[in-house]
Design a protein around this ligand. Structure first.
Ligand SMILES: CC(C)(COP(=O)(O)OP(=O)(O)OC[C@H]1O[C@@H](n2cnc3c(N)ncnc32)[C@H](O)[C@@H]1OP(=O)(O)O)[C@@H](O)C(=O)NCCC(=O)NCCS
Length: 360
């Protein structure tokens, strides 16, 4: 079986609460808490500096446009990238497992918005870990990314290809949103962070029991970011910028409804595949998309709330990083113990979703 023997996480030091956002856009702490459960989130130092300036700007839209055109304070180089966070989380997970990067046979890295259009942050991370021949498998599966990564790693290990794999979910999403009224539906939700886990093949009954993955590609437009990309020619243009097509878009209601439906379905599928009931699961760790989504799933399935681990109020939605961050925190808090059944589930852009059951 393939067991998680180390976990780690990293978040930027800059904390943005709902009050700061309320000074940038027409929103309020009460609206955000009531609709999402989020009270604060971590963002890159660049986003943080930008938000402080935006809060003071008399014409928010003009200020945001000027940042998009010229960067902040005449600078367009980032002071933090997604691979910086991936590196910190990876180093912590490796240390937690008592390993060094040279001990792992493969990296599986999920990230939605990369440092470069290519190569993917998985390759950049491999370089930052000084790995010169270890394969980096790179996934861009949005919020379900860590679960897809775990399944890929587990199956390769079951096949005997690798014995120790580092699985990472890392995101620096705060840098792509419009923090004025025009982008407020998404800007209040998403944030930055990274989480990592080391999987090791060991004899015995502990480890990943099964993974269940799905994608409904007919819905991809409901949660999408054109940024650069071949949906336009050329992939990046002044016109794309002027027409605001660089910005991510979301049909919040559709995401909400589909997320609740697919979370419930895939949890049921995962339990049935293993012949266990809801009451047998000691800890449910769901992607921290939105507290109302988690509550709707919990109520629909009748999961006792003390079996769910949630930290969305402190971190917001960190996409591929959210499950490994929550798993790491739950483990550190002693809420995941040897022998426990732990169920992970996630849903996001694509739409892609999945669930994994682990005997800890
Ligand atoms: C985004 C979401 C919170 C919006 O909540 P909602 O109840 O669906 O709200 P609506 O879309 O009906 O919008 C209600 C109003 O709030 C406004 N609004 C949107 N974002 C707002 C914000 N941050 N602050 C204040 N008002 C906001 C809307 O513009 C709308 O105004 P209008 O009635 O004048 O048009 C909700 O749809 C949601 O949680 N969706 C899932 C999103 C998600 O989890 N995405 C990631 C999945 S991985």
């Amino acid at each position: 079986m393939n067991r998680i023997v180390g976990t780690g996480m990293a978040v930027p030091p800059c904390v943005v609460d709902n009050h700061l956002l309320s000074r940038c856009m027409n929103t309020s702490d009460a609206w955000i808490v009531q609709r999402t459960g989020i009270r604060e989130r971590r963002v890159s130092p660049d986003t943080y500096r930008m938000l402080q300036r935006l809060a003071e700007a008399p014409d928010k839209a003009a200020f945001m446009k000027s940042v998009l055109a010229d960067g902040l304070d005449g600078k367009i180089d980032s002071s933090m990238t997604v691979s910086d966070l991936a590196l910190q989380a990876s180093e912590r997970a490796l240390e937690n497992a008592g390993l060094t990067a040279a001990d792992v046979d493969c990296l599986v890295v999920s990230s939605t918005v990369p440092d470069f259009a290519y190569p993917h942050p998985g390759c950049v991370l491999a370089g930052r870990l000084a790995l010169t021949a270890t394969p980096a498998i790179c996934l861009q599966q949005g919020c379900a990314g860590f679960l897809y990564g775990l399944a890929v790693a587990d199956q390769m290990m079951r096949g005997g290809m690798y014995r120790q794999v580092l699985v990472v979910g890392a995101e620096l999403l705060s840098t792509i949103f419009d923090y004025t009224d025009a982008g407020r539906d998404m800007a209040v939700l998403f944030a930055d962070g990274a989480g990592a886990a080391v999987l090791r093949n060991e004899p015995g009954p502990r480890g990943v029991l099964s993974s269940h993955l799905h994608t409904d590609g007919t819905t991809y437009e409901s949660l999408a970011g054109e940024l650069w990309g071949t949906s336009t020619y050329p992939p990046v243009s002044k016109r794309k910028f002027d027409e605001d097509r660089m910005r991510p878009r979301m049909n919040g209601r559709q995401v909400f409804v589909q997320a609740v439906r697919h979370f419930k379905e895939v949890v049921g599928e995962c339990l049935a595949a293993n012949g266990v009931g809801l009451g047998d699961v000691n800890r449910f760790i769901f992607h921290q998309a939105n507290m109302r989504i988690i509550e709707a799933v919990g109520e629909g399935l009748r999961i006792p709330s003390d079996r769910l681990y949630n930290n969305i109020e402190r971190y917001g939605n960190t996409a591929a990083a959210s499950v490994p961050i929550a798993l790491h925190e739950a483990r550190e808090a002693g809420l995941v113990k040897d022998g426990d059944l732990v169920l992970l589930a996630a849903f996001g852009t694509g739409f892609s979703w999945g669930a994994t059951l682990i005997r800890w």
